[in-house]
Design a protein. Structure first.
Length: 125
């Protein structure tokens, strides 16, 4: 008598696309935006995104902090509404929510980026 074993093949569970929660523009608070932008590392993130003119992956920023600390700074900016984060495969991308910020707080981001550029230029000189 022979015994036949049936091998069960487990199907890979379907995974949901990765997503990140963002506040709606109506939920942006001036207090949280200003608190997020008070930190010099977070202002560096905003300046680099504004200068790039395109979305950037987390690993492409030139920041003077560790990866885990940078992750914290990205989260603070996202939760305040300054950044939109999304995945392309396994890479987390960052986009400046310039139009939404401009509609909610006119002139705030352009003034911040201009001030950061002047300060960065003065330090570099």
């Amino acid at each position: 008598m022979s015994v036949v074993r049936e091998e069960s093949v487990m199907a890979r569970p379907r995974t949901q696309p990765r997503s990140v929660e963002h506040p709606a523009p109506a939920e942006f608070s001036l207090q949280s935006v200003l608190e997020a932008l008070a930190d010099p590392v977070r202002r560096m993130v905003v300046r680099q995104l504004a200068r790039a003119g395109q979305d950037m992956s987390c690993g492409t920023f030139d920041l003077p902090v560790s990866r885990s600390t940078a992750t914290h700074h990205f989260s603070v900016l996202r939760e305040a509404g300054v950044l939109r984060q999304y995945y392309v495969g396994t890479t987390k991308m960052n986009a400046l929510r310039a139009e939404e910020m401009e509609a909610r707080f006119p002139g705030l981001l352009p003034a911040l980026v201009a001030a950061e550029e002047r300060e960065h230029t003065a330090i570099s000189a």
